[in-house]
Design a protein around this ligand. Sequence first.
Ligand SMILES: C[S@@+](CC[C@H](N)C(=O)[O-])C[C@H]1O[C@@H](n2cnc3c(N)ncnc32)[C@H](O)[C@@H]1O
Length: 309
Amino acid sequence: MAEHVHYPVLLHEAVESLNIQPDGIYIDGTFGRGGHSAEILKALGSEGRLIGFDKDDQAVAAAEARFGGDPRFTMVKGSFASMGEWAAERGVAGRVNGIFLDLGVSSPQIDDAGRGFSFRMDGPLDMRMASTGMSAAEWIADVERQPLADVIREYGEERFAWKIAGAIVAARDEAPIETTEQLANIIRTASPTREHRIDAATRSFQGIRIHINRELDDLKDCLEDIFEVLAVGGRLSVISFHSLEDRIVKQFIRTHSTADVYPRGLPVREDQMRKPPLRAIGKAVRASKQEIAENVRSRSAIMRCAEKQ
Ligand SMILES: C[S@@+](CC[C@H](N)C(=O)[O-])C[C@H]1O[C@@H](n2cnc3c(N)ncnc32)[C@H](O)[C@@H]1O
């Protein structure tokens, strides 16, 4: 199988945002092919530690091949949503100096037709990042029109979700939908309008992929745990690729970095006020024109960073 390359997005900005301490402990929750991990390791001294997480078997194998010989590096196969539990079991809870997430799918996942993520190439309708759980084909074989439409509407932000879901259900009642091309063609035929330069299957595929991989739930679960994982002064940096993810990260940082508002006249001294648990670091960062020209995938990337207080 051809080895597909992943170009890390916002690489220097991400590593800089983590404010790396050479002897600190860092978590790369989305190892992928290790582009960001490699830069973090470069900034770490011999006492530093980096823990990589990825749910994808191929990413885990790539991590072992690339950094398996580095005593500072540990790879965990699993969701970043489990990092709180992992940190507690390994005695690093409250000691981690930085958590980094580069959300979504990697280029090797998208570019390998056999993984079933792409509507541009025909392959088995799978879409799983991990090798466990239900594939897209299995889910579509049984799902009712309403929950299918909800997923396509909410996670795909597709306004023709109800119509598309109806077409998918009607088609699968005739014959199983087993390939990405079959599904993409059903969606294209059901879509009432054609858009310039956007394949009609784009949004529905995104919605189904997010559902199959519990992408937004995993993100929320992970964010809930960061307070137990991070040390005071530890940083969280997250790169999102669409508005649904970014909204979750933005709201999380906003909610936890806003001080309590006390009614005017209430006798509360400054030292009695609750300090918010997070401090937003800088503004949201986007890729430069040059990076976008070199890697079109960076066009939709947005990075946010916060520090535990
Ligand atoms: C955009 S890529 C990361 C690329 C990486 N930063 C690099 O430079 O190579 C996202 C990776 O995160 C993984 N991933 C996505 N959601 C995950 C989750 N909830 N838990 C663990 N890994 C996840 C995917 O399998 C994929 O390999």
